[in-house]
Write a protein that binds this ligand. Structure first.
Ligand SMILES: [Zn+2]
Ligand SMILES: [Zn+2]
Length: 407
């Protein structure tokens, strides 16, 4: 079984202004400028990206992209567009979740230095590309950054994150969270999700990965105050039970912070991050978590130089139409190449595709090579019509949850 990673294009070499804390996108650029911690998602079969940040070397501070521009990767070209109307203010370490109609963002750190974390909610209507600031009618999660979000049945789910006490963004002076919330887009209400078996819930953390497959939330990695979180945890939205998968961990040597992730069929794909293999350098390991068997599969070996680029804070988006995962941007830190005391970081703006079709193209019923896909969700694969019919009672709920927007 083979995984292929291929670079589609190299990054833009455009310089970012060294003075401004807010980066304005140049409408004449051919490619999006290098960045990390941006949003990336697939809408109507095309990759969209916006936001993110870059380090300004001269001042050792970050500059944030304004939210009024976005990019669409369309037939081998990047097309540059404008959001209409009011947009969220620039920020870093925020989180977003996306379904077939909306993208929701929450919180993060504002671009003004020394200002506390945010807890504002914004909704982007994907059909019109217009932002709306939510005026919540209920209690809202506390301000935070480094939290994670995912979508479950049209509702945005939020877990964990951090809050720096007195604006000092130092890990020793930080509150970590383990609260679980959902945001209902149709009523603009946040609510806490009822939890059982809380002795098995994930430790308080930030910079972690969360993804949803069917009716289960998965929480993995990130960092805690005093320890490295090791286990994959899951939460069942139907029974409200937490579960800890003690036998499912890729390696005790990996901290799995700042990974790029996406859901691809019944696999959670995680790329790179920073590991303790080499200090805080970016790594290039690909792990996939099989949600049906609750097991990790490691797809490659760590090699500092090679076909797999070292990345952290890159974005992964699975395009069901061409069955490829697109990876854009992120950070490439190589501590072996630099003086230990320089914190030089290096954002990248190249686009890769990751081909996992060998994993995905297996019949849901018999496991043989499958060439047909369910037209509702494009997730379930079948070797023949008979096996699709046979699987329908089992597949229909999952199909409804994962349906593809076709416009
Ligand atoms: Zn079959
Ligand atoms: Zn389906």
């Amino acid at each position: 079984m083979q995984v292929k990673v291929q670079r589609i294009h190299k990054e833009s070499t455009e310089a970012i202004s060294e003075r401004d804390r807010v980066v304005v996108t140049n409408p004449n650029s051919k490619y999006p400028q290098p960045r990390q911690q941006h949003a990336s998602f697939i809408y109507n079969g095309k990759l969209h990206i916006f936001g993110g940040q870059v380090l300004i070397e001269a001042t050792d501070a970050s500059a944030y992209f304004k939210f009024d521009h976005y990019w669409i990767y369309n037939e081998e070209n990047w097309v540059h567009r404008l959001f209409e109307g009011k947009c969220p203010p620039p920020r870093q370490n925020w989180a977003y979740a996306v379904n077939d109609k909306h993208l929701v963002i929450f919180g993060g750190e504002p671009s003004e230095e020394g200002e506390p974390e945010l807890n504002d909610t914004w909704v982007l209507e994907l059909s019109t590309m217009k932002w709306r600031e939510v005026k919540p009618t209920s209690a809202i999660p506390r301000p935070r950054s480094f939290h994670s979000m995912a979508m479950h049945q049209g509702k945005a789910i939020l877990f964990g994150g951090m809050f720096s006490i007195e604006g000092a963004r130092v890990f020793d002076n930080t509150d970590y969270f383990d609260d679980l919330w959902q945001f209902d887009i149709s009523t603009d209400t946040w609510s806490k999700i009822k939890e059982k078996n809380t002795q098995l819930k994930p430790l308080k953390r930030g910079d972690h990965t969360i993804e949803v497959y069917n009716d289960t939330l998965y929480v993995y990695g990130g960092h805690c105050q005093y320890t490295t979180p090791l286990f994959m945890h899951s939460f069942d939205f139907k029974t409200h039970n937490w579960c800890r998968h003690d036998n499912a961990m890729p390696s005790a040597q990996l901290s799995h912070v700042k990974v790029g992730s996406c859901v691809c069929g019944h696999f959670i794909v995680m790329y790179g991050g920073t590991g303790i293999i080499e200090d805080d350098s970016s790594i290039n390991l690909i792990f996939i978590f099989n949600c049906k068997t609750a097991k990790f599969i490691r797809l490659n070996e760590y090699k500092r130089i090679g076909e797999f680029p070292c990345r952290n804070y890159s974005s992964l988006s699975y395009n069901k139409v061409d069955q490829l995962i697109y990876m854009f941007g992120g950070e490439s830190i190589d501590y072996q190449k630099m003086d230990l005391y320089t914190s030089k970081r290096n954002e990248v703006g190249d686009l890769y595709c990751i081909d996992l079709r060998d994993f995905l193209n297996k019949c849901n019923v018999c496991g043989k090579v499958a060439e047909k896909r369910c037209s509702g969700c494009l997730d379930a694969a079948y070797c023949c019509r008979e096996h699709q019919v046979q699987d329908w009672t089992n597949h229909k709920i999952q199909c409804k949850n994962n349906k593809v927007n076709k416009t």
